[in-house]
Design a protein around this ligand. Structure first.
Ligand code: PMP
Length: 464
């Protein structure tokens, strides 16, 4: 048995992997891929294979793999001070610097930052802040959180409830009844025949208004949404959506939580996704691109409206009783500062716009006219190709055919990591923001070859 086989055997025997068939994997079925190194937009396996990472890990390695500058900043911080907590007013230079930066660069009128380690825990914090805020304001009934179908906000108890996908709930006793889901602004699937994007957006806003009225506005505390729907299908909102829904939230005194975990730090061409759509959130959730995943760190950024109530409530409740051992970890702060430097210095938001735009255009040219391609969509460095059985009738493939999974497996065989997204047969792309046009050409060539192969397979199976 080789050393690599031993690693795989240990792993299969001991690790419960996310999104992996637990029984099959433990029994040796399916791949166990040992990742060894990464550089730029590529990773290398312990078996010597090299893959272009068209998904930036999980939309998070924005500055690319293997950046010495980040490694050095982390190492310097370890030598100086690897850890101290941020309870009771303790801080580090790295943390104070980062917080000043985040408050200044975030959308809306932001005031404070609370740190965690994952997007899920940051959204858990946001939910607690909404409840805390309304308790302090003497509105103890205003607690429901409205999220969206196909929205993704994490997989812990509240954040998993906010996530609008049933497979995150099934067998796990979620969602909690305090969370409700609204419709998404995906024009391709949601619009009536002949309905314009603007009219569709207005309808979604009217539906949200009606939903809040039906729940009782005095029971609805917050609305949470990603500026661009991520895991639910990499779907930019229909035109005018954000302009239409924000007045509805204002009218009902409902806080807006912008979940910027994917969109933040340049991915869609602006510092935050909210900037692109003129979103003025009350609370902002960040993770992923904050540290480009070099160190786990998340941030719940708190706007003035909520902060003022938290501040004034302190006389009544005493200390703010919420915090993790690792809140404001110095290594996360050091990594975040250097990653934000890189994003600014290398204009990675601009690169996301330019090279992401090129990737989208080339994907459209390469596969947009195929009979089985329903929609090619994207924004900044996010793109998706959605496959359908019948373009005219907009009919999805039989899920048993696993068209999306086959396509991503075929691309993988050819050296490209893409993600088969849930909710249909969708191939998703979210490469590191340092992608070059040459890398984009490589991705598109592999996608086209993979689609051709799967079309051949489906034709042979009489499935087309
Ligand atoms: N919000 C959004 C928009 C996300 O995309 C994710 C992760 N994909 C999360 C929250 C949860 O983040 P984490 O996996 O770090 O808990």
């Amino acid at each position: 048995m080789t050393a690599l086989d031993t690693i795989k055997e240990m792993d299969r025997a001991t690790v419960l992997h996310p999104f992996t068939h637990a029984k099959d994997f433990a029994a040796g079925v399916g791949d166990c891929y040992v990742v060894e190194t990464g550089s730029g937009v590529r990773i290398r396996g312990a078996d010597g294979s090299q893959l272009i990472d068209g998904f930036g890990g999980l939309y998070c390695v924005n500055v690319g793999y293997g950046r010495s500058e980040v490694a050095e900043a982390i190492s310097e911080q370890v030598h100086k001070l690897a850890y101290f907590h941020s309870y009771a007013g303790h801080t580090t230079e790295a943390l104070a610097t980062l917080s000043d930066r985040l408050v200044k660069m975030a959308p809306g009128r932001m005031s404070k930052v609370f740190y965690g380690l994952s997007g899920s825990d940051a959204n858990e914090t946001q939910a607690k802040l909404v409840w805390y805020y309304n308790n302090l304001r003497g509105k103890p009934k205003k607690k429901k959180i409205l999220s969206r179908e196909r929205g993704y906000h994490g997989c812990s108890v509240i954040s998993g409830s906010m996530t609008g996908m049933s497979f995150y709930h099934d067998y796990m006793d979620l969602p909690l009844p305090i969370v409700r889901h609204a419709g998404v602004p995906h024009h391709y699937w949601g619009a009536h025949k002949g309905e314009s994007e603007e009219a569709f957006s207005k309808r979604r806003a009217a539906e949200l208004d009606a939903q809040i009225e039906a729940e009782g506005p005095d029971t609805v505390g917050a609305f949470i949404a990603e500026p661009v729907l991520g895991t639910g299908g990499l779907t930019p909102p229909s035109a005018g959506y954000w302009d239409a829904i924000q007045p509805v939230l204002k009218k009902h005194d409902v806080l807006l939580i912008a979940d910027e975990v994917i969109c933040g730090f340049g991915r869609i061409g602006t510092p935050f996704g909210s900037h692109r759509f003129n979103i003025e959130p009350d609370l902002v959730t960040c993770a992923k691109g904050l540290t480009s995943a070099y160190v786990p760190m998340s941030a719940a950024i708190i706007g003035e409206r909520v902060w003022e109530v938290v501040r004034d409530g302190a006389d009544k409740v005493g200390a703010f009783s919420h915090g993790y051992t690792y809140s404001g970890h110095p290594l996360g702060a050091a990594a975040a500062n250097v990653c934000l430097d890189i994003v600014e210095r290398e204009d990675l938001a601009g690169n996301a716009e330019r090279v992401g735009g090129y990737l989208l255009e080339q994907l459209r040219k390469a596969v947009g006219d195929y009979e089985l391609v329903g929609e090619v969509r994207g924004i900044g460095m996010l793109a998706a190709v959605e496959f359908v059985a019948d373009r005219q009738a907009k009919r999805r493939f039989d899920p048993a055919l696993k068209v999306g999974a086959r396509l991503s497996a075929e691309a993988r065989r050819r050296g490209l990591i893409t993600r088969a997204m849930p909710h249909g047969d969708i191939l998703g792309f979210a490469p590191p923001l340092v992608l070059t046009p040459g890398d984009a050409d490589e991705i598109v060539a592999i996608v086209k070859a993979s689609v051709d192969t799967v079309v051949d397979q489906l034709t042979r199976e009489n499935a087309l």
